[in-house]
Each structure stands twice: as structure tokens, then as C-alpha cells.
Design a protein around this ligand. Sequence first.
Ligand code: ZN
Length: 407
Amino acid sequence: MEMQKSQEEKILKDLDKQGKVRDWRGKKMSSLDLAKVYEGIAKKIQPEYDMRGVHTRYRKVTKKIQRGEEMVDVTADEPMGLYDKDGKRVVNYEKRAGNMKFCGSCLEFAKIADMLKLIKANFCRIPLCPMCQWRKSMRTFFEVSKIMSVIGMRNPNYVPVFLTLTVKNCLIENLGDNLDSMFKGWNEFMKNKLRDIVKGWFRALEITYDGDEKITQQRYNKARKYYDERGIKVGDKNENYNTFHPHFHVIMLVERKYFKGKDYMYTKDWVQLWRKSARLDYDPVCDIRRTRTSTQKRKEVAEVAKYTYKDAEILSKKLSEEKKEAVVENLSGALHGRRLYAYGGIMKEIAAELKLNEDKADLVNVNDDAEINPSLATMIVTYNWNMGVSNYIFTKRKKVIENSENL
Ligand SMILES: [Zn+2]
């Protein structure tokens, strides 16, 4: 009994400012699950890779190293990745699985009063990693909120409008082509009329996956009218089963006078503009809203800064391993090299001014506590992921000497 209690006490408890537990364990478990899916893909794809003559490509790298008293040049082969015999780069699923397995396995926090502030961690940075996605979405939320508050002070006449641009669901193997036309469509969309109206924007891509084979009660309750109109009942076949639904979440800044001016656009105008820009042969669903209270605004920003995909959807226990592998493989391929988040106009300028550089993603300082000065810490505490316990367990502490310069 006593033993259990001390074990319990060693488990990581990281609370945010609102006193909510930060779900390190949940994210770590999801990353481990996804790593397993990557392992499965690696195994499944090996015969295909063999046939295509997939091999590791190396490049010569010269580094200066200390040898005795002097610095000498040493040339070594450094792996560049996997390529097939035609020179096309292919995904190294095995490596991804390995890296993702260790993502966030060791966390170092500065202890400031009762709060923990992350100061060091080993994140894998693989685009689909649930742990990394979680950190990234927190950072995006923090960034966008910060930019919006700067704009609120400098340009009180700019009002944010929240827009969702969708296209029809697509087969999982067609996601890449669909994203191509959506991204092209986006560039087209922001030209012409919107160039004058929109003073700044932020765009995020979200992709949901539909894994319901049949219409569930929960689904039906959410869109009763839609299903009733089509005579679809609970238990019927779900036409969208095993499809992706890609969409853009956008924040646009417009001048206050836009709402009363001749350029004002109704929902139907947004629909037609998006239809034309993305070259769709149907009227797409577009949602546009202006929020008035700061709580609503916060909610909308959180919506925009959400995950690119929901790990719970593609790691669902309902799905077979085979299905999970197909979904992850298509998702991973389609997202390769895409800008998942982007800024434009004044939002881009302020992001640059605040040095919020997307490419040099810092996944450690991501939230409200980024401003907490770690030099106030009295203690550095380390937690390691423990496979047996399936949780983060305290491993060591280091007292910080007062006014230490080392932090
Ligand atoms: Zn990761």
C-alpha cells in the first residue's frame, strides 16, 4: 500500500493556469499507437520498396574535429534518406516509427512555485505525431492570440472574421489531388476582390476522417434535419465511410467599415468565390462568422489553431490495423511538404516582427507560460516515460542555486 502511494506521488502532474491537467500521458500513448501503425506500414511496404530498388542515399560531409591539440577535417558519409532506383525519395516508415516511439520520452521542467514550465524535451517533429501536433497546436494558439492582441492595440479598426472553406469528402487515396486543388484554389481566392478587403489572414488546414461504417445515434442527433431530409435512419450505411474531409479554417482581418460598405459579402458570395477559385462543379459549404465577445473570439481562435487531424479518429479501436495503415499512409503522403499553417498581410508582418517563425518550430515554449522566466525556478525536475507503468515517472531533481547564470 505504502509502495503504491509513493509510486503515485512520482507520477507527473502538470497543470495549466486554469488548473487543468496537461495530458502528457494521453499524447504519449497516442504517439506510441501511431508508431505501431508506422511499423505496420514499413512491413507491408517492404516488398514494394524492394521491387523499386529503394536504398539509402549518402552524401559526403566534412566536419572539423579536435584531434589532440589541433583541429582536423574529417569526411564521413551522412545518410540523406531513402530513394528508389529512379531517384524518387520515399518515406522511411521504419525510421519514423523509431523516432516517434521516443518522442517526448524525457521531459525536463523548471519548477516555479507550484507550476511546472517545460524547458527541455526530445520531440520527434514528425508531421503526424500526436504529441508534436499537440505542442504545435498550443503554440499556434499562443501565436495567433499574440498577433491578434498586437493588432487590437495598433489597428483597433481591424475586425477578425472567421471563415471555414470546405470541399466535398474524398476517397482516402484522392486526398493529395484534393489538397493540390485546395491550395491552388486558396491562392486564387486571395487574389482580386479579397486583396483589397482583407488586411491580414491566417490559414490552417484540417482534415477529418470518417470511420463510421453506419449512421450512429450520435451522428444522427447532430444532424437530424440533414438525415431526415434524405430519409436516412440510424443503422443505415454511411455514404461517407472511409473518406477524408479536408477544409481550411481562416481568420481574416477586415476594416470595420467593410460591414456597411458596398464590398460586403454574404455567405452566398463567399460560396461562389470559393467555388470559382477552387474550380469546383458544386456549391461548397462555407461558414463565415464575426464574433463580438472576447470569449467567443478565444473559442474561434482555438478552433483555427486546432490539430491538422484528430489522432483519436485514425487511431480509433473501431478500425482494423489494415485500415489504420491505409489511412495513415495516405494522410502522411498527402501532407508531405505542405504548409499546414500560413499567415498573410499584416498578420504575416507581425509574426515576423515577433519572430514567430513557423519553420524553426520551437515545441518547448508553446503556451501562456512562455513568458514565465525560468531563472525564477528553484528546482529542475526530470520525468521519464516508463513503459511498465505507462506513465511519466519522476527521475531526478536538481536544486537551482539562487541567481544562477546557468539557466
Ligand atoms: Zn513527436
